[in-house]
Ligand binder design. Structure first.
Ligand code: TRP
Length: 367
């Protein structure tokens, strides 16, 4: 069995163990060279490979890129927002941004038709991306099924540099649909470095640990591919947000997440039902304080809803000392959430038609 299966259940936690095993370095090493972002300060982005290479390029005024992919698989929730916040950060640093919609992957591995994928990508992903500040005109966005001949040719030619053993050891299986998706993803990750896109350059791929197998093999392929020089891609790793009930956040379980298109009312209900670290009785809570690490509302605040460290710190103090109750914490979350959702959904409505028009004009689905 492979240690990590990108198409299987993601295991939460054990980050340190996995880092050691796969040679991922702690992000603290490079934290002072990164923008002052809450994900870095709060350990949400915890690891990296070769991020120095990208930061050197930035310091030297050279080109560098950020690449990511979207697997269309349901509604867009706060778990997905992690990547978008990172895209914004790298774009502000001056990175060229590339985003792939992984419709070949969802076709092969999730039984999603290209039409369904397109619909999900527009409605769930791109409209929310736009509302979160990503301008599609400023980036290289494409669907895997429309990636162009060179892209698709390269994705096939990368097979030359893989062995069956390597594939089985890395993914735990060699199913054709998975291999095809993986090869496509290697081409995605290396896309910013091909001549059409300005040639070799450091490229960072911000991912969760589940995608690390792809990163490892792409790095290997980058060093073996001979038709042109390729810089081994860099990567960063972010923690997975847990579901509101504890455990996994999963697109198939609406109670586990808050979607960015949820109504304020539904979102508040989900907060009411969320798992907290509050104690069983008031007396015990006042005495021992909340168990922060078991509190999904606090996790949502930490990941997304509170930008200011001192505000978060104050809540942490009061809640973990027992002074603040779970109900009070939930009240704070509901207020922040309402403010965020109302503003976000307004922007989404406003930018939606532009996103639709962009996709209609740029892509013809003839496959
Ligand atoms: N496999 C990724 C997922 O399941 C999607 C993806 C496709 C991707 N191409 C990529 C991610 C390139 C990062 C880089 O979510």
């Amino acid at each position: 069995m492979a240690e990590i299966d990108p198409w299987g259940d993601v295991e939460l936690g054990n980050y340190n163990e996995k880092m050691e095993k796969f040679g991922i370095d702690p992000v603290e090493e490079v934290a002072d060279r990164l923008p002052d972002h809450r994900f870095v300060r709060r350990g949400i982005v915890f690891g990296h490979r070769d991020l120095d290479r990208l930061l050197d390029a930035r310091d030297d005024g050279k080109q560098f890129a950020m690449m990511t992919g979207i697997m269309p698989s349901g509604v867009f929730h706060f778990g997905h927002k992690c990547v978008v916040d990172q895209i914004n950060m790298y774009q502000q640093m001056g990175a060229e941004v590339t985003i792939a919609a992984a419709d070949i992957e969802s076709f092969n591995t999730r039984d999603v038709s290209l039409e369904e994928a397109r619909e999900m990508v527009v409605e769930q992903y791109l409209k929310n991306y736009a509302a979160l500040g990503i301008d599609l005109e400023d980036i290289d966005f494409y669907f895997q099924s429309q990636a162009g001949n060179n892209h698709l040719a390269r994705s096939k030619m990368f097979a030359k540099h893989l062995t069956q053993n390597q594939v089985e050891a890395t993914y735990g299986s060699a199913e054709p649909g998975k291999i095809s998706s993986a090869l496509t993803q290697y081409a995605d990750i290396l896309r910013p470095q091909f001549p059409e896109n300005g040639g070799p350059k450091p490229t960072v791929v911000p991912v969760g640990l589940d995608q690390d197998p792809h990163i490892r093999l792409t790095r290997d392929i980058a060093s073996k591919y001979q038709r042109q020089d390729l810089v081994k891609p860099s990567s960063t790793y972010n923690k997975f947000m847990r579901g509101l009930q504890g455990g996994k956040m999963s697109s198939s379980d609406p109670k586990s997440y808050i979607a960015l298109t949820d109504s304020v009312e539904d979102a508040k209900k989900k907060i009411d039902q969320a798992k907290t670290g509050g104690r069983d009785t008031l007396e015990e809570h006042r005495e021992k304080g909340a168990e922060l690490s078991e509190d999904m509302v606090f996790e949502l605040l930490t990941f997304h809803l509170i930008k200011d460290d001192s505000e978060l710190e104050r809540i942490k103090e009061e809640y973990s000392s027992g002074e603040m109750l779970s109900g009070e914490l939930k009240q704070i979350a509901k207020e922040k959430l309402e403010q965020f959702l109302v503003e976000h959904q307004e922007k989404r409505e406003e930018l939606g038609p532009k996103v639709e028009q962009y996709v209609d004009e740029e892509f013809e689905f003839e496959v």
